[in-house]
Design a protein around this ligand. Structure first.
Ligand code: SF4
Length: 384
């Protein structure tokens, strides 16, 4: 995997984005920001799930007012998502927010943007310039030139990328003119291929850190695949400093998916057990799906990143067991348990879950006491 492209670094509260910092994972609350207690509870839940920072919408003054209570109560930095009203940005900055997101499609007036820049500069707050496909397409319908409309009809994706890059360049000029460089860029689309091409083009032009995302990706079943196809490709190519996976569901699942994506690519160390399981086939002799579901649920009680394998038969079982810390392979109504490649015990099918978990707990305790090492060792994070 190529090294991550080195970008400038910005500080969002105590989280660094870009430069040599690990890829930061973020998401957005789904509830109303002005419902303060609920908002704080949701932020806490997202932080516990692994979010490094959380964004909240601030459409009204009552939302920016709420930030004064939310920010001190949050365990992670808070980003204010501002659309349409630049005053919301100024109010959020005054309330102590750690980062602002501005949409160039919605806040275009230069003097207003300059007021936000000045306020952020004074307090050392970064700004994400988040251009979206939606804003560009909407502009096409309103005031785009006839020649651009015709160009878009013949090459929608190519024209859209050019228009988004133009909009970005035009907006970033205001930041340059004001000598403001604490900038993060995003350029989201509903089309994963466009997202890949767009961010690749941006990373060739700018050294600002990039916030990756596919917007309006859909329900979890498809949205997760679309996001991971685009973000996984970019990250594997060394592009991206912070990510948000987004789809229509409880954002805690977005965080779980984002965490798994970063761990899978070696961009984040695991803090919890990793479960390996076979997909099952015609050789299976036990109810493996149920066993895997039960093991997965129970492993959440263990806070050591042990590697656990649950295999359905002897064909690939012993091989996988060799590479895992704790493993079981089942067959003929029984299971054989291995710990770090050594056969420990054979148990009847009905005892497989309890016996495997007991071995997992015991091994995790030995790791904590320094009496055993994880099979894979600590993951080396892929850094720029
Ligand atoms: S481990 Fe056995 S049961 Fe599982 S997929 Fe492989 S061959 Fe099939």
């Amino acid at each position: 995997m190529p090294l991550r492209k080195k970008t400038r670094q910005v500080r969002v509260g105590n989280v660094r984005i870009g430069g040599d910092a690990p890829v930061a994972l973020q998401t957005m609350t789904s509830g109303y920001t002005h419902e303060i207690d609920k908002c704080i509870a949701e932020i806490n839940k997202l932080a516990r799930a692994g979010a490094d920072l959380v964004r909240v919408a601030v459409p009204d003054k009552k939302d920016t007012e709420a930030l004064k209570e939310i920010i001190p109560a949050s365990p992670v930095p808070i980003v204010a998502d501002v659309h349409f009203h630049f005053q919301r940005a100024l109010e959020a900055i005054e309330a102590g927010v750690h980062k602002i997101r501005l949409n160039p499609g919605n806040i275009q007036d230069r003097p207003k943007v300059e007021q936000v820049i000045a306020a952020c500069k004074e307090r050392g707050i970064p700004i994400r310039v988040g251009v979206n496909e939606g804003g560009i397409v909407e502009r096409r319908d309103k005031d785009q030139r006839a020649s651009e409309k015709a160009e878009m009809e013949s090459d929608y994706r190519g024209t859209l990328i050019r228009l988004m890059l133009d909009k970005l360049a035009e907006y970033l000029r205001i930041f340059d003119d004001n000598d403001f460089h604490d900038v993060v860029i995003s350029a989201k689309s509903i089309d994963p291929r466009l997202v890949i091409d767009m961010y690749t083009a941006i990373s060739e032009r700018y050294d600002y850190p990039l916030h990756l995302g596919v917007t309006h990706a859909g329900p979890p079943e498809t949205g997760r695949i679309r996001s991971i196809a685009a973000l996984g490709t970019l990250l594997a190519n060394g592009i991206g400093d912070t990510i948000r996976i987004s789809y229509a569901a409880d954002p805690v699942h977005e965080v779980e998916d984002g965490k798994e994506l970063l761990c899978s690519l070696g961009l984040r160390n695991r803090t919890e057990p990793e479960l390996i399981a076979c997909p099952t086939c015609g050789r299976i002799q036990v109810d493996l799906f149920k066993l895997v579901t039960d093991v997965r649920r129970k492993l959440t009680e263990i806070d050591v990143p042990i590697k656990v394998a649950v295999m359905g038969c002897v064909v690939n079982g012993p091989g996988e067991c060799e590479g895992s810390d704790v493993a079981i392979f089942a067959g003929n109504g029984r299971g054989i348990i291995y710990v770090q490649g050594e056969q420990k015990q054979t148990v009847p099918e009905e005892q497989m879950l309890d016996a495997l978990l007991e071995e997992c707990r015991e091994f995790a305790d030995r790791v904590k006491r320094g009496e055993a090492e994880l099979k894979g060792g600590a993951v080396e994070i892929v850094a720029p």
